[in-house]
Design a protein around this ligand. Structure first.
Ligand code: SAM
Length: 701
């Protein structure tokens, strides 16, 4: 602050004065009794907010910066927001309105003295950098003006109040895939807006304007509040308990606003709806809520109209940005991080413009309706979200090849088998007489898909490493037959196969929303869509491709990406006669060998390498000690391979082996122990009649 000029100190003082004038003016029309009453368990008595504004200012400026003792001895006990829940504040021995105003004036006089102190900030306190602490206090007061307006509205007190302005118009805009800079590094930005960072987003569509009263009248008229299928479980539970039939305050063509009934303006953005209502409306519209990242990207690109009329619910839970650091205290945001809250963006007609910045993140419980909140709709531009853009895929391939071919023994991760041709060859493998895995897993699914649908209670099926999702149809049919199926999400590294699969699934399951995610299940589990009650499937014993170190990491990452109670269905190939195992990976027709060699074709095609496939042979071995099939490509002769894209040359000695894949085989006890270790509770276990293959259903706990 020492570097801050007298002019900027004067500007801060002027803003503090403006905020204070607004606070006093807001409460001016109300009687002492109205100020002192606890009108709702959701809101503090107005006189509590008033004195709390003074307490917060005194705690940060007078006490923390100025080193002074409290202006009000019992300030901390009465007015610290964490001491007493809102519904208990009316019973506290609060200052009366006149005393509270006087308290605020005394605190303010001291704050201005601190602000004017020339030696301020000499020790380089980060709180004083660019006057941060004054910004904190100023924004806090302005935010409480809005909170008090909510209370006044909820209490139905006669007051000039206000409301959103009409935002007529309709239509949506396409936001292209690409990066967005999220957050802010402005001097007065809050900790939860920091650090400014970049994220890649898939393309999406978003409405240019917020949802209006006109739209909502149609939703109500279409039975929106009675149609169970439009609501999440949590949302329906709220609706049943609350009995809501329309937004808070709606009458017959009217809206109750600050003590008066006014005609409903069809062009005004709807307000006083909770997250659950917003979500049900979005589903009714065949759309969804935007994530906060999408909202911010569209807003920063200047594509949205009507920002600042109503807070807009987003689909996002309130969590810290990567690299988040609590400042100046964890109680501002960090203690609220988690799944319980949803983020709102944009600001309402009651929010001061300095607070309603595009990076500002508000948050509240999904059941709250007293806030001046509405929504805006978004849609996927493409049912496929690519988390592995061409650049990412290429970078990951290059890194794996560089590292794998430099290591000893040489190795490459199995995921690079799967380009379009690799996926086609895998499909052919599943038809081979020797490859019993697919048939056995199908046999189990035929017998138990209905049990799995019932036990999971899922409305959303998520499949990892989905490929063509052939066997998965059995589960989808069972979910549909039980009337549960709402959403299908398939993730795979191979975009070509995934696109075809999504198109076929969408045609076969028209009532479900189908999404594809091009991604790597070792990196992108946290970014899987979270809507619905999910049954996550990982079939085909693909988990056997992880070695013993990577398996727990994968399972833990998956558990972290799931909510308690969601289900995980895992297919595992079981330990058996080595002769049958080796045959399954060394078929007579040589299809598995071609699949194995396809890894080298991928390097030739994508990196311009000059591997001669005829000089390598497919070598599958049973490793009895580790109970896994160990698959390698052996060089038949000494050779020199060039990989121009990496500017890399690699030598292979005659007989040298390149490790390409393992396929671990399982025993029930071992895989169940690993599941438990990762935070899953195994609930059911089935095998095929011959006992070749196992299917485990567990719950995230
Ligand atoms: C053995 S196939 C199994 C396909 C199908 N789930 C089944 O049971 O028949 C493995 C599938 O996982 C995909 N895959 C392999 N590694 C992956 C990775 N790291 N991330 C995402 N998908 C991957 C492949 O493209 C392929 O479709």
């Amino acid at each position: 602050m020492s570097s801050v000029s007298t002019d900027s100190r004067a500007a801060v003082a002027a803003q503090l004065a403006e905020a204070r004038a607004a606070t006093f003016a807001l409460l001016e029309p109300l009687s002492d009794d109205e100020l002192a009453r606890q009108w709702s368990p959701l809101q503090s008595p107005l006189v509590w907010d008033l004195a709390h504004i003074g307490h917060f200012e005194d705690a940060w400026i007078g006490q923390r910066v100025g080193g002074l003792s409290p202006v009000l001895e019992e300030g901390e006990e009465l007015y610290d927001a964490f001491r007493h829940a809102r519904d208990g504040r009316g019973g506290l021995p609060l200052l009366d309105p006149a005393a509270a105003r006087d308290y605020l004036c005394r605190v303010r006089n001291r704050s201005l003295a601190v602000l004017g102190d020339e030696s301020l900030g000499a020790e380089g306190d980060p709180l004083l950098e660019d006057g941060f602490v004054f910004g904190l206090v100023l924004q806090h007061e302005r935010q409480h003006v809005e909170t008090m307006l909510q209370t006044i509205a909820l209490a139905g007190l006669l007051h000039p109040g206000g409301g959103p302005r009409p935002v007529p118009g309709s239509g949506d805009v396409l936001v292209q895939a690409g990066p967005v800079r999220l957050g802010a590094d402005d001097a007065w930005a809050y900790d939860n807006e920091r650090p400014l960072h970049e994220r890649e987003l898939a393309a999406f569509r978003i409405d240019a304007t917020p949802v209006t009263n006109r739209d909502w009248v149609s939703f109500v008229g279409d039975g929106g509040y009675r149609r169970r299928e439009l609501w999440s479980d949590e949302g329906w539970a709220w609706r049943e308990a609350d009995g809501a039939e329309a937004p808070l305050g709606w009458g017959d063509g009217t809206v109750r606003r600050f003590g008066r009934d006014e005609p409903l303006d069809p062009d005004e953005p709807v307000q006083h709806v909770c997250f659950h209502e917003a979500e049900a409306f979005a589903r009714w519209s065949g759309a969804r809520l935007p994530t906060e990242e999408e909202w911010e990207k569209a807003a920063k690109a200047g594509l949205l109209r009507g920002i600042g009329e109503v807070w807009e619910w987003t689909a996002s839970p309130f969590v810290g940005y990567p690299g988040f650091r609590a400042f100046p205290y964890p109680e501002y945001s960090e203690v609220f991080f988690g799944d319980e809250y949803r983020v709102l963006r944009g600001g309402s007609w009651a929010t001061h413009p300095s607070v309603a910045r595009l990076s500002f993140r508000n948050w509240d419980f999904p059941i709250r309706r007293q806030i001046f909140a509405g929504l805006r709709l978004a849609r996927d531009a493409d049912p496929i979200a690519s988390l592995l853009g061409p650049g990412d895929r290429r970078a990951a391939l290059e890194a794996d090849v560089r590292e794998g071919l430099a290591s000893s023994p040489k190795r490459l991760p199995p995921k690079w088998h799967y380009d379009e041709e690799g996926s086609r060859l895998f499909g052919a493998i599943t038809q081979l007489p020797e490859y019993y895995l697919t048939r056995r897993e199908r046999e189990i699914l035929e017998a138990h898909a209905a049990d799995i649908a019932a036990a999971s209670g899922a409305d959303t099926l998520v499949e990892l490493g989905a490929g063509t999702s052939e066997k998965t149809r059995l589960l989808l049919d069972a979910l549909r037959a039980a009337g549960q199926l709402r959403r299908i999400v398939v993730l795979d590294v191979d975009e070509v196969t995934l696109r075809e699969s999504v198109a076929r699934l969408a045609a076969e399951y028209p009532a479900a929303e189908v999404k594809g995610v091009v991604g790597d299940l070792e990196r992108h589990l946290a970014e899987l869509p979270r809507e619905g009650r999910r049954l996550v499937c990982f079939l085909g014993s693909s988990i056997g491709n992880f070695d013993v170190e990577h398996r727990p990491r994968f399972l833990r990452a998956l558990r972290a990406a799931m909510a308690p109670g969601e289900s995980f269905l895992l297919g595992v190939d079981l330990v058996k006669d080595p002769g049958r195992l080796v045959a399954a990976y060394d078929d007579a027709a040589g299809v598995t060998a071609r699949f194995s060699l396809n890894l080298l074709s991928v390097l030739n095609d994508e990196l311009g390498a000059d591997f001669d496939l005829s000089t390598f042979e497919h070598v599958p071995r049973w490793d009895a000690g580790r109970e896994l099939m160990d698959i390698r490509l052996r060089s038949r002769e000494p050779q020199h391979v060039r990989i121009p894209a990496l500017d890399l040359e690699v030598d292979f000695a005659e007989g040298e082996e390149l490790h390409t894949e393992i396929s671990a085989k399982f025993r029930r006890e071992r895989i169940e122990a690993e599941l438990r270790e990762a935070g899953f509770e195994p609930r059911a276990w089935w095998t095929d009649e011959a006992g070749d293959f196992g299917l485990s259903l567990s719950a995230a706990v």
